[in-house]
Structures are given as structure tokens and as C-alpha cells.
Ligand binder design. Structure first.
Ligand SMILES: [Mg+2]
Length: 385
């Protein structure tokens, strides 16, 4: 199998960190999300300050209160966490279509195919980590390796604010000393059975007779664990294909009111979105423009096309038209703008034989631009307006 470059990103104490971000008075303090101060409910996240008291997620709030009586207990705001999660997801998506979310705050990215475009896996991961901090104010821990198991292991090795690479050749050394429970798929029961046989570390597992191991935990599981124990894991990164839309948005450091400047930004967003469509072999029928004004009200305007498209120019033109004629901004300045597409169809089932000439020309340009971007990086060349 060809070597892959896998990044695992995991937000540090996600829910609690969002609370600390939104409520500056919580910063540096033990924040416990998910319980009431009266001690009802279950902890769904604890800030690092609370973890020092021994408070962890899935613990009863009553127990958390015993351990950390001075803790700030908040019910939590799932809508807000989902919103931030989407923001982070759109950063991932701007680097690769191969993103597999594991939860609101964790995802695998396969960046093997984008190395030419954005640099090596470490450079890409650093960019993503920096961009997350810049755009959301939150800290992610990063793990990088040549498969999912090792990447996830790596992201957990130096939390919080971790950035760990497990290079090929180093995995056995790193794995050997780990408790066997760290191997993916070893639950409490399996862990207990192995411990009963004296198999406590990964090194113990490898030293154990393969036949005896099969008898102990079954042939399949034994083979699976022996592979992981030497750092082998062939599971692919499976993108979330249930995605119903693809979009990119930017929040400006300072609100913008100049129409030309805004349209320039919209053109770049359309280009990113169209590129993601082409990379995923998808075409869209609906284009949506979103704008959040300085007063925080948000307008969303959409238009559907008669034929599906993946063309940068077509998507840009519709987005511009929505901006010019439908947005009703009335001179208000804008703090966030986004372009999204939906109503997908596969390229394969789309068979329009009579494309008009301009469209054919646009398609050619898109293909050339994509090729150039692969060679020289995206954004080095801009098409004319
Ligand atoms: Mg996390």
C-alpha cells in the first residue's frame, strides 16, 4: 500500500474551551459543562483547570462537585458548539475533501493527495492548527502519521496544544511501552482478559505466543491487535458523504463595506467551493450566498440553476448576482461572507451533450487552473474578472 499522510485533529476540552472563549470571566478557572451546581446530570466536558481536581467527562455532576466544589458548572449550549464545529470543519474542507469527522471536535484528514498543493503533512497540519486558533480562538492538538491509528495516538501524546509526529520507523519504539488498552478496539473486557494472561503492554503482546493469543481472544482479534501492535492500520479515511452542502466562509478582522472588495472575496470563495466540487467529482444545482452584517443580522440568499455545474465562473457569477440584486444590504458593512453549494449530482450521471461553447471554454480553464494549482499552489494565479 502506498504511504499515506494522515492528520488527526482533536480540540482541547472543546465544550469547556468554547465556554471560556465566550465568557472571559471563566478563563483560567475550572469549568464543568453538563451538570447543574446542585449536582444533577453528567459531566460532558471539563476544562483543564477542572481536570486538575480529577473531574472528567462522563462523571456524575454530583461527584464532580465533591471533587471541585469551587467549579463553575454550566449546562452547555449545543447549538453554539455545533456552530464552532462547522467553522472548524470548513477549515478542514479547504485543505482536503478527505475529512472524516469522529465527533464535533475530532476528525481524521487524509492529505496524501494535497501535499503538492499545500506542502508536507506537517506544514499542512501547522497551517490548520494556526487557522483554527486565528478564526475561532480555540486550541487543537494534532497528531500526524502514516495511518489513522498512529495519528490518533499522536494527537493524544502531548495534550493540550500538542503537535506530535510519529514518523515511519519510530512507531514500534513508541508503541512498545504503551498499555495494551491503548490499541484501537481493546475494550474493558478484552483488556481484563489480556491482563489476566500477563499481557499488559504492547511489548508483552508481541512477545506472547501468537497461537496462545488466538486461543485467548480469537483468531480475528488476535491478528488485528498484532497488526496494530507493530503500527499497521489500513483503514481508509472515509469522508462524510452525507454532507448536503459544501461551503466556505470568511470572517473579516474589520468589517468591509466596499462592494468591489467584497466581490473579490466572493470570487475567491466561489473558486474554493468549485475546486472542492471538482475534487469530489460532484456538481451542484443550488448556490447560496450568506452575509452577516456589522449589526450581526445574517442574510442568506440562494439561486438554483437549470443544469448542475462545477464551474468556478458559473458559481462566481451566481454569487455575484445574489450579492448585487438579492442581498438587500443597503450600504451596511459586512463582517462575514460565505458561498455554499448544494443539490449535488455525480458527474457520471450528468450527460449534457450540448454544452454551449462558453461553458466548454470555462471548463477547460478550470482544468488548467486546477493543474497549475497542483503544481504551484492555489492562489498564485488569478483569473481575470
Ligand atoms: Mg477533544
Amino acid at each position: 500500500m502506498k504511504d499515506r499522510s494522515i492528520i488527526h485533529l482533536d480540540m482541547d476540552a472543546f465544550f469547556a474551551s468554547v465556554e471560556q472563549l465566550d465568557n472571559p470571566e471563566y478563563r483560567g478557572k475550572p469549568v464543568i459543562v453538563g451538570g447543574t451546581p446542585e449536582g444533577r446530570g453528567v459531566v460532558s466536558a471539563a476544562s483543564y483547570e477542572a481536570r486538575k481536581f480529577g473531574v472528567f467527562s462522563a462523571m456524575s455532576a454530583a461527584r464532580a462537585r465533591q471533587l471541585c466544589p469551587g467549579g463553575i458548572f454550566v449546562r452547555g449550549n449545543m447549538d453554539r458548539y455545533v456552530e464552532v464545529s462547522h467553522q472548524i470543519g470548513s477549515i478542514f474542507d479547504s485543505f482536503t475533501p478527505l475529512v472524516e469527522p469522529l465527533s464535533l471536535d475530532e476528525a481524521f484528514l487524509d492529505v496524501t493527495g494535497c501535499l503538492k498543493l499545500f506542502g508536507d503533512a506537517e506544514t499542512i497540519a501547522r497551517k490548520i492548527k494556526d487557522q483554527i486558533l486565528e478564526e475561532t480562538g480555540l486550541v487543537a492538538s494534532v497528531g500526524i502519521s502514516h495511518n489513522k491509528f498512529l495519528a490518533k495516538l499522536a494527537s493524544d501524546m502531548d495534550k493540550p496544544d500538542g503537535f506530535v509526529v510519529i514518523p515511519k520507523g519510530k512507531e514500534k519504539e513508541i508503541l512498545a511501552g504503551l498499555p495494551v488498552g491503548r490499541l484501537w478496539g481493546v475494550g474493558k473486557k478484552c483488556d481484563a482478559v489480556l491482563a489476566g494472561a500477563g499481557v499488559k503492554t504492547v511489548a508483552n503482546l508481541l512477545a506472547y505466543s501468537p497461537t496462545a493469543l488466538e486461543i485467548l481472544i480469537g483468531t480475528e482479534r488476535a491478528a488485528h491487535l498484532r497488526a496494530l501492535a507493530v503500527g499497521q492500520d489500513d483503514r481508509p479515511v472515509i469522508p462524510d458523504t452525507s454532507a448536503k452542502s459544501i461551503g466556505n466562509e470568511v470572517t473579516f478582522a474589520e468589517d468591509i463595506s466596499d462592494s468591489d472588495e467584497l466581490k473579490h472575496v466572493i470570487a475567491n470563495l466561489a473558486d474554493k467551493v468549485a475546486w472542492r466540487l471538482r475534487r469530489s467529482d460532484l456538481q451542484c444545482k443550488t448556490i447560496t450566498l450568506k452575509a452577516r452584517f456589522a449589526d450581526f443580522t445574517t442574510n442568506t440568499r440562494a439561486k438554483s440553476l437549470p443544469e448542475p455545474t462545477d464551474s468556478t465562473v458559473e458559481i462566481r457569477d451566481v454569487a455575484w448576482d445574489l450579492f448585487d440584486t438579492k442581498l438587500k444590504r443597503g450600504g451596511r458593512s459586512i463582517r462575514l461572507v460565505g458561498v455554499a453549494v448544494s443539490g449535488f449530482s455525480d458527474q457520471a450521471i450528468q450527460g449534457n451533450l450540448f454544452q454551449d461553447k462558453d461553458k466548454e471554454e470555462d471548463k477547460k480553464i478550470d482544468r488548467v487552473m486546477d493543474k497549475l494549482a497542483e503544481k504551484y499552489g492555489r492562489g498564485t494565479l488569478k483569473r481575470g474578472r
